[in-house]
Design a protein around this ligand. Structure first.
Ligand SMILES: NC(=O)C1=CN([C@@H]2O[C@H](COP(=O)(O)OP(=O)(O)OC[C@H]3O[C@@H](n4cnc5c(N)ncnc54)[C@H](O)[C@@H]3O)[C@@H](O)[C@H]2O)C=CC1
Ligand SMILES: O=C(O)CCC(=O)C(=O)O
Length: 426
């Protein structure tokens, strides 16, 4: 877990130094613009009061209104949210989206709350941070343990407190409340587009590429299903409770359906696990990380691979679907062993990209078809991903360094053009 938001930034420091970025931009990129904490109070079903610490960090609005998901997790804290908000800033800049970066977190184990308590908590988040939010200010979305249903409650609460229907205020909503086609699968879809670009440049056929997926949740399961459909050989998947392996490759679709079955109309989370299926060999969670595969897709949480277990990794390529799944030390160790890392700020940017499309639809009262969303997303990834690969080749750097270089240059240019308007005005 990130420890200190201002010192744990080796990749940012390295990029700023290597590119000789002007001092204003250097300072602004190290200083989160606004970090707000609110104690969310809700009434539990048994009449007791629950108080849950919550944060929203708006890291930088240089490129536009701030954008980023909200995480419900017992371990989340201000430093983690700050780090995640910084990564959103880099991600939105890299993807050429008109957004700055933000992130939110509530310290809670949501699976211990009833559906009604969860709804109260989701609405309390919007009540607590309402003054900072808005379609032109800061636009939340889902992250770990939050989903379309929760975004629906939040969007509804925002409409209540502002007395205006504002579908562009929150993205990742259910379709009937102004959500976008394609948003649920978008993070996995974007990761697949990045993997396909890597495979194309390696001149390798997907059928010859084995993939293991850690984290069979929203992002990871959609990635696994789509990667299988695109011809990649998915040999293993895991969630927090179990891991499944099949040397000949497995079909993630029935597993995904099985997981989703636990999600009845009134339930918010699935109760089933990939480990419940008996058709495949069950392996340890850690064993999945050490499999001899071509691609290890990390789609759970940050710091899945650290200096403690990096020597166990036997994959030739790591696809970072989660945010920060490889620690900086491990990143260096992997580079030393010529393991390619497809970095998070590119590989998981499909979610925020389709959130951007949802935001446009919400502002304009439009509804785009699934094909339209997919086409636009494909165009954007086919523009940005090659820029990252080419830049890495030109500069002789890692793909992460190349992605940061492109993003930081965009932000620095905007800071320099804005001049004194970058000074804080409240
Ligand atoms: N949902 C989205 O649109 C986006 C998500 N991300 C990132 O992707 C990652 C996953 O997010 P979601 O899929 O939304 O969350 P999720 O909560 O739907 O899925 C996370 C999955 O990881 C599993 N998991 C947790 N610890 C594990 C472990 N030690 N081993 C194996 N599996 C484990 C959980 O059981 C769950 O299935 C996070 O880092 C998130 O920030 C990034 C961009 C967008
Ligand atoms: O969809 C969004 O706006 C943000 C998604 C997110 O939190 C992320 O990319 O980490």
């Amino acid at each position: 877990m990130p420890k200190d938001s201002n010192s744990d930034t080796p990749i940012l420091d390295e990029t700023l130094a290597r590119l000789d970025i002007p001092d204003d931009a250097r300072k602004m990129l190290h200083a989160p613009q606004r970090r707000t904490e609110v104690a969310l109070r809700i009434r539990h079903d048994d009449g007791t009061m629950g108080i849950y610490p919550a944060w929203r960090v708006q890291y930088s609005d240089v490129l536009g209104p701030t954008k980023g998901g909200i995480r419900f997790h017992p371990g989340v804290n201000l430093d983690e949210v700050t780090e995640l908000a910084r990564w959103m800033t880099v991600k939105c800049a890299l993807m050429d989206l008109p957004f700055g970066g933000a992130k939110g977190g509530v310290q809670v184990d949501p699976k211990k709350l009833s559906r009604q308590e969860l709804e109260r908590l989701s609405r309390a988040f919007v009540d607590g941070f309402g003054d900072m939010l808005g379609p032109n200010r800061d636009i939340p979305a889902p992250d770990v343990n939050t989903n379309p249903r929760i975004m629906g409650w939040m969007a509804d609460e925002y409409a209540i407190i502002t007395r205006a229907h504002q579908p562009a205020a929150i993205t990742g909503k259910p379709l009937p409340l102004g959500g976008s086609e394609g948003r649920v699968a978008s993070t996995g879809q974007g990761a697949l587009l990045v993997l396909q670009e890597w495979a194309r440049r390696q001149d390798r056929d997907p059928g010859d590429i084995t993939v293991a997926v850690q984290g069979f949740g929203n992002a990871g399961a959609h990635f696994a299903v789509q990667a299988h459909k695109a011809g990649f050989k998915v040999v293993a998947v895991s969630d927090s409770r179990g891991a499944l392996y099949s040397e000949d490759g497995l079909d993630p679709e029935p597993l995904h359906r099985e997981k989703e079955q636990g999600k009845g109309l009134d339930d918010v989370y699935s109760d089933t696990s990939v480990g419940d299926n008996e058709d495949y060999t069950s392996i340890d969670l850690d064993a999945l990380l050490g499999l001899e595969v071509d691609v290890l897709a990390l789609a759970a949480l940050q710091d899945a691979v650290t200096e403690d277990n990096v020597s166990d990794i036997n994959a030739g390529c790591i696809l970072e679907i989660a945010n920060g799944p490889v620690s900086p030390d491990a990143d260096q160790a992997l580079a030393d062993r010529d393991v390619t890392v497809l970095p998070d700020v590119l590989a998981n940017a499909g979610g925020v990209t389709v959130s951007y499309y949802e935001w446009i639809q919400g502002r304009n009262g439009e509804r785009w078809s699934e094909e339209d969303v997919e086409e636009r997303m494909k165009d954007r990834f086919e523009r940005i991903a090659p820029q990252v690969f080419d830049r890495a080749e030109e500069d002789g750097t890692s793909l992460r360094q190349a992605a940061y270089a492109i993003a930081v240059e965009r932000i620095a240019e905007a800071i320099s053009i804005r001049g004194d308007s970058c000074y804080f005005k409240g």
